[in-house]
Design a protein around this ligand. Structure first.
Ligand code: DLL
Length: 440
């Protein structure tokens, strides 16, 4: 909370506070090993490196990173499910995925080593947010293929805390459990945390009656204003945490109690910022697309993975003692992905439902609102002329059918509104498919 003196705790001081020179050497060594693994075991990487005339021996230090090819989400789709796995399949102990993908989803295979590395990244994040063995950590991220629940769980278990694996949903029960068990930390999306805070107030429970002191909130973009509001609602320190399933789930970067950017776990990943158009690396401080290379993963390592997330890096010293660079808040995306209640949604997924469906045209608009701190997705769909003159019962049946199909493809409930033919504005350039009314 503001004004409270900050006591900075570290989970792994050796790694987290290593000098920049030592870190560079460690990164270079680990990069060489990773590139060798990829070249020897993954046909796609071998072919791409061969096409560029690059051999593993050419990669000597982190400066040689730019010789390597990029990896994209489409590569994971094309190589689904096991094409990018670098370890023997019998070594894969966990599959995690990205929420809400249509057709071929994205899955990532983790070895026991990868699960352990990831658990430590989250343990560091929890420690940085003031957590430890004496804490009772309430986890309200969803458990499943999404990395939020299991990721936070593993990290909380690693610091030796008492873990309450609530998963998402059933808000009154979440609040009852937090209050009765005396949760001291909360891990969930920032919008859900705000909703919990508002509901706690509405139920007449005062923040003092709860024992919460801090939390790790991420999986979606949020703002400083949202942080201030959340901290005030729950009486806590709210720290940001970032990650993506391709690189290692939550914990890839996390805030300490200084709360001025997320320390990137640089002994496990190499981070770059590139110009998304020229693909050239940009210096610290400039805003561009985040790119990660994993250097500790063995199941499905990633070379220069383009996240499409936009932010900048800050290498100035931090009072907490960590030497790892910090990434600023994510300010946007280079693609049209939106995140609704922690679920990643691409407009193309909605389109795939509508195309070929009788009675509607493939013209649609997604409208995102935040009502009582909960994201709501509305989909406006244009009826065809024939359907427009049909009976109300038929139109309602069509609407329910679309709603159900979107739920099965994207994984979330949406409000479908059928609109008259030609009522959605046509664009001459890039079609505008999303109206985001959330103030984040
Ligand atoms: O969202 C992992 C995660 C779980 C992070 C819990 C933090 C807490 P994915 O489902 O693969 O993984 O989605 C990754 O979510 O590329 C960003 O666009 C967005 N994202 C994740 N964390 C943040 C954050 C998890 N702190 C995608 N701020 C990423 C803004 C975030 N966006």
């Amino acid at each position: 909370m503001k004004g409270t003196p900050k006591e900075h705790k570290l989970y792994n001081p050796k790694m987290e506070c290593m000098s920049r020179e030592e870190l560079r050497e460690l990164q270079s060594k680990r990069l060489r090993e990773t590139v060798k693994i990829e070249y020897e075991n993954v046909a796609l990487y071998r072919a791409r490196m061969d096409a560029r005339g690059v051999k593993p021996e050419d990669i000597k230090t982190v400066d040689d990173l730019r010789l390597l090819p990029f990896t994209q989400k489409t590569d994971l789709r094309d190589e689904f499910p096991f094409g990018l796995i670098a370890a023997p399949k019998s070594e894969i102990v966990r599959i995690q995925g990205s929420s809400g993908t249509t057709g071929k989803p994205i899955v990532v295979g983790y070895t026991q080593n990868d699960v352990d590395v990831w658990a430590e990244m989250v343990a560091r994040a929890i420690t940085a947010a003031g957590g430890g063995k004496d804490d009772i950590i309430h986890i309200a991220y969803g458990y499943g293929l999404f990395t939020g629940g299991l990721g936070a769980h593993q990290g909380a278990a690693k610091v030796g805390a008492m873990v309450v694996p609530m998963s998402s949903g059933n808000t009154p029960r979440q609040i009852m459990m937090m209050k009765e068990l005396g949760a001291t930390m909360l891990c969930c999306t920032p919008s859900y945390a705000t909703f919990l805070g508002e509901t706690i107030r509405e139920m007449g429970i005062k923040p003092e009656e709860m024992r919460l002191k801090s939390g790790c909130f991420g999986a979606e973009p949020w703002s400083e204003e949202m942080r201030a509001n959340l901290e005030e609602l729950l009486g806590i320190d709210a720290c940001d945490i970032y990650g993506l399933v391709e690189i290692g789930g939550p914990g890839v970067a996390f805030e300490c109690l200084e709360k001025h950017g997320m320390h990137v776990s640089e002994d496990n990943v190499i981070v770059e910022i590139i110009d998304p158009v020229t693909e050239e690396p940009l210096p610290y401080g400039e805003s561009g697309e985040l790119v990660f290379t994993t250097i500790m993963k063995t199941g499905m390592p990633m070379l220069r993975y383009r996240t499409h997330d936009i932010c900048s890096l800050d290498a100035s010293p931090c009072k907490c003692g960590r030497t790892h660079v910090r990434m600023e808040r994510i300010t946007g995306r280079t693609d049209d992905m939106i995140i609704i209640r922690g679920v990643n949604v691409f407009p193309s997924q909605i389109e795939s439902v509508l195309v070929g469906m009788d009675g509607v045209s493939p013209h649609y608009m997604l409208i995102v609102d935040r009502v009582n701190s909960t994201d709501k997705l509305g989909v406006q769909v244009e009826l065809t002329n024939e359907m427009f003159s049909d009976t109300v019962a038929e139109i309602e049946k069509l609407r329910d059918g679309i709603k159900e199909k979107i739920k099965s493809v994207v994984g979330i409930s949406v409000k479908v509104q059928l609109v008259p033919p030609k009522s959605i504005p046509r664009s001459e350039g890039k079609a505008k498919r999303v109206i985001d009314n959330r103030n984040i």
